[in-house]
Design a protein around this ligand. Sequence first.
Ligand code: NCD
Length: 307
Amino acid sequence: MKHLLSIADLTRSDLDELLDLAASFLSVTQRETPKVPALRGRTVVSLFFEDSTRTRLSFETAAKRLSADVMVFSVATSSVKKGEGLRDTVATIAAMGIDAVVVRHAAAGAPRRITEWIDASIVNAGDGRHQHPTQALLDAFTITQHRGRDLSGMRVAIVGDVRNSRVARSDVQALSMLGAEVTLVAPPTLLPETLEGWPCSSAVDLDPLLPDLDAVMLLRIQHERDASTRFPSLREYTARYGLTEARARRLRPDALIMHPGPMNRGVEIAAAVADGPQSVIGEQVTNGVAARMAVLWKLLGAGGDVV
Ligand code: NCD
């Protein structure tokens, strides 16, 4: 495997291998010195054309814990501001001699285009509404840590601005590969126009599903992708779809509460629920580093020792 562009490119055995690797790297990150020499001498560039807190820091932490050199490309202070195009930008970076580029871009398909232009491994860190494969890996990893690898019959609801969500698209693919039954829940205007190609079902009402769920994942309303024009008001949205304390009480006591971040507390999830005992939101962030170590190691370190 040279690139990670989409969950759809993975076989079940690729996914299993990445989840196994993530488990090994999670134990590395829990050591007193959470670092291994696996990628010493390799250079990983992070190239984020869209805003990010978690994903960028998580990849950079992952690369450093594997002893890779990390080059951070800051779009806001680069020649992109002088009009340099994507192709010239990546060609310039590639000419410095690098091994992998972690890229986030507003255009779906941008990471795949980059694979045609340069020789380095490309990792998709989110492209438009299309894919966010490492988020799906860390979400699948988090659920399997609690429930084991076989998710057959497990019910997962993904609630919120699904239409705009690369997280939802990637998660549905990864979780269904592991056997879970995923339901997308949103007002009709925030659901994808068609479920063709999505191995899942959809629902407009959240309340009847709550008692049967094994996991519920809340998504932010993506105002920057025009979502707010698609429903009457945030107050009404929260009233029907927000995971309020009252709704959370209707979940099974062992149901997992998840959120990829960034959270809008009080909108899609109540603050007390995000911080409550069933929330695994912090674990998702911790697991994200291990999952990204797994990906970087699989792309750049194959053949070597994990630890
Ligand atoms: C998401 C993203 O950027 O796709 N965040 C993340 O990477 N954890 C979701 C979002 O922006 O709402």
